[in-house]
Design a protein around this ligand. Structure first.
Ligand code: P1T
Length: 379
């Protein structure tokens, strides 16, 4: 089945009791049993819920995966992956990544004896120096947040597997419409469903997808044992959002490239980070592993001061100044003080994230209106 058909249909069956074409919101905490252990496949809603099952099947299908699991946030999904590890295990992660992921690794899991290395993976070979017999997981975002670095998934998977470790790919910025990490060798795909999958800025949710039976068993165990499950109404909203994922992503990509072109030709702009640019160091890899370049971009001004960046951010009228991304409406943000404030300044700067960086999540509005807003804010 082609992607658009899966987005509309996968995981969703007419409701067996009424024929309702849309999966109902099964707003229940428990299920009645005929006698102890004799039930219709559902015992308790932390363990299973039909609305969640439909969504999990839909997201698994979109990623060309066998199994999908949903969690109450993207971070809860990553938390589940790290909980498979043991003290003294090591993780090699990319050095540019969402601030909350960095905080989870360093401030929550390090104290349980798990060691994290943050590595520039613009060349996949860079990870070799950090791989050893204790390395159990390589964790990447591509494109990365907020610097839009592109990591060669196939190349990283090959090295990861030589060392017997697992590769997890946070596919939030690309969405499964643009990139399918399992097909490129990843063992685990993760999403902040909050973003493109949901698409309408009204849900916080996470997901894990895998083809491996052993990992699926562990995810199911941890989903139930730790209990960070999403609510049925949120699952319904994401099922609804996914039906237009392909159309939204096409619009995000078209607008993303138009805005990039506008910015690179603007006299007040210093540097633009977007994988569509031939000058992007891994443009060729983006072309190889992605179907389009996406709607996220970052830039700095020629006047590279934080004060000027903040002034521009305050001037936007159509772009809303807010954390998050991937919704139909355009957002702007200041990573250093917002989404990435939990990464120490010296770590941010080592990864190339300046305090003057502005990040845009390009929505699906008319590009002319977005450009007019940029023009007036930059003026
Ligand atoms: O917010 P939550 O659903 O828990 O997802 C965390 C997360 C994980 N991975 C990536 C790549 C992300 O971008 C995020 C969340 N990011 C933002 C809120 C943001 O504005 O960047």
């Amino acid at each position: 089945m082609k992607f658009a058909t899966k987005a509309v249909h996968a995981g969703v069956e007419p409701d067996p009791t009424t024929g309702a074409i849309m999966t109902p919101i099964y707003q229940t905490s428990t299920y009645v049993q005929a006698s102890p252990g004799k039930h219709k496949g559902y015992e308790y809603a932390r363990t299973q819920n039909p609305t969640r099952n439909a969504l999990q099947a839909s997201i698994a299908a979109l990623e060309d995966g066998k199994y999908g699991f949903c969690f109450s946030s993207g971070l809860a999904a990553i938390d589940t992956v790290i909980k498979m590890l043991n003290p003294n295990d090591e993780v090699v992660a990319c050095n540019d990544l969402y601030g909350g992921t960095y905080r989870l690794f360093r401030r929550v899991f390090e104290k349980y004896g798990i060691k994290f290395h943050f590595v520039d993976m613009s060349d996949a070979e860079n990870i070799r120096a950090y791989m050893n017999k204790n390395t159990k997981l390589v964790w990447i975002e591509t494109p990365t947040n907020p610097l839009l670095n592109i990591i060669d998934i196939e190349a990283v998977a090959a090295i990861t597997h030589q060392f017997g470790a697992l590769l997890g790919v946070d596919n939030t910025f690309a969405s499964p419409y643009l990139q399918l990490p399992l097909a490129l060798g990843a063992d685990i795909v993760m999403h902040s469903v909050t973003k493109y999958l949901s698409g309408h800025s009204d849900v916080v949710m996470g997901a894990l997808i895998t083809n491996r039976d052993d990992l699926a068993q562990q995810f199911a165990f941890l989903q139930n044992a730790s209990g960070a499950v999403p609510a049925p109404q949120d699952c319904f909203l994401v099922l609804r959002g996914i039906k237009t994922l392909h159309l939204r992503m096409q619009a995000h990509c078209i607008n993303g490239e138009k805005i990039t072109q506008y910015l690179i030709n603007h006299p007040k702009i210093g540097k633009v980070w977007h994988p569509s640019l031939p000058s992007h160091p891994n443009h060729a890899i983006a072309k190889k592993q992605m179907k389009g370049f996406g709607g996220m971009l970052s830039f700095t001004l020629k006047d590279d001061s934080v004060e000027m960046a903040l002034q521009v951010l305050e001037k936007f009228q159509l772009f809303s100044l807010a954390e998050s991304l991937g919704g139909v409406e355009s957002l702007c943000g200041h990573p250093a003080s917002m989404t990435h404030a939990s990464i120490p300044k010296e770590e941010r700067e080592k990864a190339g994230l300046k305090d003057s960086l502005i990040r845009l999540s390009i929505g699906i509005e008319d590009a002319d209106d977005l450009i007019a807003d940029l023009a007036q804010a930059l003026a």
